[in-house]
Design a protein around this ligand. Structure first.
Ligand SMILES: [Zn+2]
Length: 176
């Protein structure tokens, strides 16, 4: 059954449990190793304008990643497709064209498919867990318009600066 609203709390609990199960206690989160440890094949190839693809078969799931994208985007793609695998069990094949990550799409249930919102939220939650961000002293006084500070943090977590900005906005907004 397809959820009608994004299951944000459920996804946070799920990603926290995965990190604990795989003994990940600090960034960068080894998302490719986690996917493989869960029995997933991860393959890289030229996928034209598709960022990632998830194929399920009797032998298991395969995540295909566009090799032409930068490493931080490939990590986000693996996390996004792993989210589809764990959250959306009905779909045999999922193609992801250049999925966009922006604050409104992630936080609002309007204007974007619920499954895409959930997969993006899963990816952000597993790559940038709140606990890891809160444990980093740099986040306490960070300003989102401080490009150097945000990009340094993004490098620690091996995510794009854009993804980090959105995640920090959510974290700081929650505290305000
Ligand atoms: Zn997707």
């Amino acid at each position: 059954m397809k959820a009608s609203r994004p299951r944000f709390s459920f996804i946070i609990r799920l990603t926290e449990r995965l990190l604990a199960d795989h003994a990940v206690t600090a960034p960068p989160v080894p998302v490719e190793s986690i996917a493989k440890a869960m029995g997933c094949r991860v393959v890289f190839g030229s996928l034209q304008d598709v960022s990632g693809i998830l194929v399920r078969s009797a032998e298991g799931a395969t995540i295909g990643v566009n090799e032409r994208q930068p490493p931080v985007r490939r990590r986000f793609t693996i996390a996004h497709e792993l989210g589809h695998l764990l959250l959306h069990q009905g779909n045999q094949i999922t193609y992801d064209h250049e999925f966009r990550v922006n604050l409104r799409s992630v936080e609002s249930s309007e204007g974007q498919d619920v499954e895409e919102i959930e997969a993006n939220f899963f990816a952000a939650s597993i790559l940038m867990p709140d606990a890891f961000l809160e444990a980093d002293p740099r986040t306490a006084f960070i300003h989102l318009d401080d490009d150097a500070a945000v990009s340094a943090l993004a490098r620690t977590f091996k995510v794009s600066q854009q993804a980090m900005t959105l995640r920090l906005a959510r974290l700081l907004g929650r505290k305000a």
